[in-house]
Design a binder for this molecule. Structure first.
Ligand SMILES: *Cc1c(COP(=O)(O)O)cnc(C)c1O
Length: 381
């Protein structure tokens, strides 16, 4: 099946009991057994839920993996991956990653003896030198948030494989429509399905996809043993959202390109971060590993301070000032005070995350209206 067919059909069958074409929401905590141990594969709602299983199988197909494992949020999915590690182990991660991921690695798992090192990953040979016998996991986010650097997944996976280190790619920003990291050598893919997969800003959910049965078994164990599972209604909403994933992301990417070009021309804008520009330092890598360049655009202002950014952030009408991304509606955000507030200022500034940096999650509205909205805010700013 091609991608546009998988989103609608992979792992999904009409309900055998009723013929319902849509996967039912199995709103149940337990399942009746005919006699002790004699059941239909479902015993208790934390351990198994049929709506969740359909979503897990669909996600496995979209990422070209064999197993999907769903959680109550992207961060609880990440939590399960970090629980695979032991005290004293080290994870090496991209240096401008999602603030919540940084917080989980440092402030939650630091206490349990997990060591986290943050590096740029722009140079695979440099990364190879950083790997020690303590390194057990490499964590890649690409495109990165909010600087939109692109990491060469294949090159990093080659370095990691040579040293026997597993690689997880947080594929939230790209979605499986744009890139499938398991095909490039990654061992695990993480999703905040809250973003593009759900796509309608109405659900929080997380998922992991792997292609190795042993790894899947360890993660299913943690899913059940820790219990951070999503409810069936949330699984339904993500399944529903995924049905239009390809159309939404395709349109959002088209809109993002036009918006990036309009911003690039604007005199109040000092810099536009968008991997689709040939001048972007990772443009060739993005072209090689992604189907399009994504729908996230960040930009900085000539007037480089929080006050200037604030005027623009509160000056748009169609772009709503909000955390999150990946929904049908366009959002505008201020990483320094919102998504990345938990990252120390010196760390932020090192990667270009200034007080005036603005991040856009471009939606699927009419692009002319979106550009007009931004231009109006920039003029008033
Ligand atoms: C939102 C996000 C997460 C966390 O996911 P939640 O569903 O909010 O827990 C992780 N990684 C990235 C890149 C994100 O954007």
């Amino acid at each position: 099946m091609k991608f546009g067919t998988k989103v609608i059909h992979a792992g999904i069958e009409p309900d055998p009991a009723t013929g319902a074409i849509m996967t039912p929401i199995f709103q149940t905590s337990t399942y009746v057994q005919a006699s002790p141990g004699e059941h239909q594969g479902f015993e208790y709602g934390r351990t198994q839920n049929p709506t969740r299983t359909v979503l897990e199988n669909n996600l496995a197909a979209l990422e070209n993996g064999t197993h999907g494992i769903c959680f109550g949020s992207g961060l609880s999915a990440m939590d399960a991956i970090l629980r695979l590690l032991e005290p004293g182990d080290e994870v090496i991660s991209t240096d401008d990653l999602y603030g919540g991921s940084y917080r989980l690695m440092t402030r939650v798992y630091g206490k349990y003896g997990l060591e986290a090192k943050f590096v740029s990953m722009q140079n695979p040979a440099e990364l190879a030198k950083q790997i020690t016998e303590k390194t057990k996991l490499i964590w890649i986010e690409t495109p990165t948030n909010p600087m939109l650097n692109v990491v060469d997944i294949t090159a990093i996976c080659e370095v990691a494989a040579a040293k026997g280190v597993k690689v997880c790619v947080d594929n939230t920003f790209a979605s499986p429509y744009l890139q499938t990291p398991l095909d490039m050598g990654a061992d695990l893919v993480l999703h905040s399905a809250t973003k593009y997969l759900g796509g309608h800003s109405d659900v929080v959910l997380g998922a992991i996809v792997v292609k190795d049965a042993d790894l899947a078994e360890q993660l299913y164990f943690l899913q059940n043993a820790v219990g951070a599972v999503p409810g069936p209604q949330d699984c339904f909403l993500v399944l529903r959202g995924i049905k239009t994933l390809h159309l939404r992301v395709e349109r959002a990417c088209q809109n993002a390109r036009k918006i990036a070009e309009a911003l690039e021309r604007h005199p109040s804008v000092s810099k536009v971060y968008y991997p689709g520009f040939t001048s972007h330092p990772n443009h060739e890598t993005a072209k090689k590993q992604m189907r399009d360049f994504g729908a996230m655009v960040s930009f900085d202002l000539v007037e480089n301070n929080f006050e200037a950014a604030k005027r623009i952030l509160s000056g748009t009408n169609l772009f709503s000032l909000a955390e999150s991304l990946g929904g049908v509606e366009s959002l505008i955000g201020h990483p320094a005070s919102m998504t990345h507030a938990s990252i120390p200022k010196e760390e932020r500034l090192k990667v270009g995350l200034t007080d005036s940096l603005i991040r856009l999650s471009v939606g699927i509205e009419d692009v002319d209206d979106l550009i007009e909205d931004l231009e109006k805010a920039l003029e008033n700013g």
